[in-house]
Design a protein. Structure first.
Length: 120
């Protein structure tokens, strides 16, 4: 058996116009920032900020994929739940000033402890 008969023609490797197998055309264009726009040829579109999809309360609590459609997302519709969204999106992470207050408390407690050790 010769390996030359089993190899595809060179055009197979050079022709990127038709994706083969289970590769989706849009997956080739995924990227971040300007690079995705340059690859797709839509530089103007990449500068438009996209709205973040906010998951409904049930999907967020159950950690399910939510498509964010309103009035009811597809997951809640499929499962027969009442779909509801938070009116205001809460920011994640500690509240403003919390970390700074902790750092101040830590520095005060370390300062007192150091004085006790050095002063007897």
């Amino acid at each position: 058996m010769s390996s030359a008969s089993n190899t595809p023609p060179e055009e197979f490797f050079n022709d990127l116009s038709q994706p083969t197998g289970n590769v989706r055309p849009n997956s080739l264009l995924r990227g971040t920032g300007d690079m995705a726009g340059r690859i797709a040829g839509n530089e103007g579109d990449s500068m438009i900020p996209r709205l973040k999809k906010i998951a409904c309360i049930i999907c967020r609590k159950r950690k399910l994929k939510c498509d964010g459609s309103k009035p009811s997302c597809s997951t809640c519709t499929r499962l027969g739940h009442d779909c509801a969204y938070d009116p205001v999106r809460r920011k994640s992470g500690p509240k403003r000033g919390y970390v700074k207050a902790l750092e101040e408390r830590l520095s005060k407690s370390l300062g007192i402890g150091v004085r006790r050790v050095w002063n007897g």
